[in-house]
Design a protein around this ligand. Structure first.
Ligand code: PLP
Length: 460
């Protein structure tokens, strides 16, 4: 049969065992073109539920509009979470010599899980040195924590209940939306997700969930709030995951910025975490690898996951199967450069870079506090989360138009981010100094904590 055929969506599902229509399409009549039994390529309709990536495009739009009115005016960007310093010298040296090595002999495909020379260093320095029982073969080298954070959900059933922090790094939520684990988006929230609210009232440390959840995304030090977690609180989360047969995805991408010796750096410093947690780490922010791309996921061999009948399975084996099927490893020279981050010179250079960025954070905290703004973060994280006392976009506009400084409105990270802006410590110290001077002058002419001078008046 050929031509246009009108069918109820349910009939269409029956005709193709692989076709999966979201519930909202039930009872909708579809018109399909049928050509000798062929149907058509169909889209994953869960993608249509995604909110457009409004935050950074809206920032770019407002900055462009400002530039159009003030051509040549210098703008300082304190909004981005990208590094401003090059790779440490030790990493560059290792990178160069690895490339030269590659000119002399073919390196070919590397091991999917990463080279042992790097995994050994990670296990020793990042875990065993702190008493965390993690072996080199429990580490998977990757091209970034973004990929790991986005890919890991593939290992879990479609109908698991996901809990994540609000505000939070958007990858956790969006990848679960794409996978069909949410309903529709209303009033800043997807149905089907348990939002762990991080607000000033709980010092940006969410309560343990009071309803059933299976996969819990925790990020500490946190992007965007800069909050950290202490060992006692982390222990409660680990205990919760043990009690409820849940799994924690612990994103420690900003671990290197922890200065307080009493704070845990890894979830595996907590007894019992090996069974219930996956940890993500990245060289992006700690060693300036944002464009170079190198990170790792830790999945202990005792980490468990369950089937529908309650049968226990090994998550490490499942991830290994996934990686060997879909991933061919990270560039050899990049892994050599990452290895050099653990050499005595590399460690010293990285500490120096961390201290440089954190001096920026100290200055931002000091200046913003002096202006009477309530804030969190910036002590053990490169982000300062500022309570503006007004609409986040209004405050963004005030800083842009009156100070020529760009920050990130907090509502881009979730509903609880309304009223906040994120200021990043990734910049040159001189820029931060100038930005702070300008903000001080700008806010002096603005009634503090609300009621900013109207934008038009400022431009004039
Ligand atoms: N996790 C968090 C919380 C982040 O903020 C970021 C990047 O901004 C990442 C992961 C991604 O890191 P990577 O560069 O390793 O992909």
């Amino acid at each position: 049969m050929e031509g246009l055929l009108t069918l109820p969506a349910t009939d269409l599902r029956d005709r193709s065992s692989t076709a999966r229509s979201p519930k909202r399409n039930r009872n909708i009549h579809l018109q399909i073109e049928v050509r000798n039994g062929w149907t058509m390529i169909r889209v994953n309709e869960h993608f249509f539920k995604l909110q457009s990536s409004y935050l950074f495009s809206e920032i770019a739009k407002r900055v462009a509009a400002y530039r159009a009115i003030h051509p040549g005016k210098d703008i300082i960007k304190l909004g981005i979470g990208d590094i401003t310093h090059p790779l440490p010298a030790a990493c560059i040296k290792a990178f160069e010599s690895a490339v030269k090595e590659m000119a002399e002999k073919a390196t070919g495909y590397g091991p999917e899980q990463g080279y042992p020379f790097l995994r050994d260093k990670i296990a020793e320095h990042d875990f065993q040195a702190r008493g965390a029982d993690i072996a080199a073969d429990e580490i998977f080298i990757s091209d970034g924590s973004k990929s790991d954070a986005g890919n890991i959900q593939e290992l879990f059933a479609d109908n698991i209940k996901v809990a994540l922090q609000d505000p939070g790094y958007p990858v956790y939520l969006d990848t679960n939306v794409m996978a069909g684990r949410t309903g529709t988006f209303t009033d800043g929230r997807y149905s089907g997700i348990v939002y762990l609210e991080s607000t000033a009232a709980n010092q940006f440390m969410p309560e343990l969930p009071s309803e059933p959840v299976d996969l819990i995304y925790l990020c500490f030090p946190n992007n965007p709030t800069g909050a950290t977690i202490d060992a006692g609180t982390l222990k409660q989360w680990v205990q919760f995951a043990c009690d409820h047969k849940a799994l924690i995805l612990f994103d420690a991408a900003y671990e290197a910025f922890i200065r307080d010796e009493n704070l845990p750096r890894s979830i595996y410093e907590i007894p019992g975490a090996r069974e219930v947690a996956v940890e993500l780490r990245s060289f992006s922010k700690s060693a300036g690898f944002t464009g170079t791309r190198c990170a790792y996921a830790v999945i202990p061999k005792s980490c468990r996951v369950y089937d529908a009948e309650g049968g226990r399975h090994n998550l490490h084996a499942l991830w290994k199967r996934r990686q060997t099927t879909k991933f061919n490893g990270v560039f050899y020279a990049v892994q050599r450069a990452a290895e050099a981050a653990y050499s005595p010179e590399g460690r010293q250079q990285i500490r120096h870079m961390r201290d440089y960025y954190m001096a920026n954070a100290d200055l931002i905290r000091q200046e913003m506090t002096a202006l009477g703004l309530a804030l969190s973060g910036g002590e053990n994280a490169p982000y300062i989360w500022i309570h503006t006392g007004q609409d986040a976009w209004e405050f963004f506009d005030t800083l842009l138009h009156k100070a020529g400084v760009v920050c990130t409105p907090g509502n881009g990270f979730g509903r609880c981010g309304q009223g906040y802006v994120r200021i990043s410590a990734f910049n040159h110290f001189e820029n931060v100094q100038i930005a702070m001077e300008r903000i001080r002058a700008a806010l002096a002419t603005t009634s503090r904590r609300g009621a900013a001078v109207p934008i038009d008046a400022q431009i004039a």
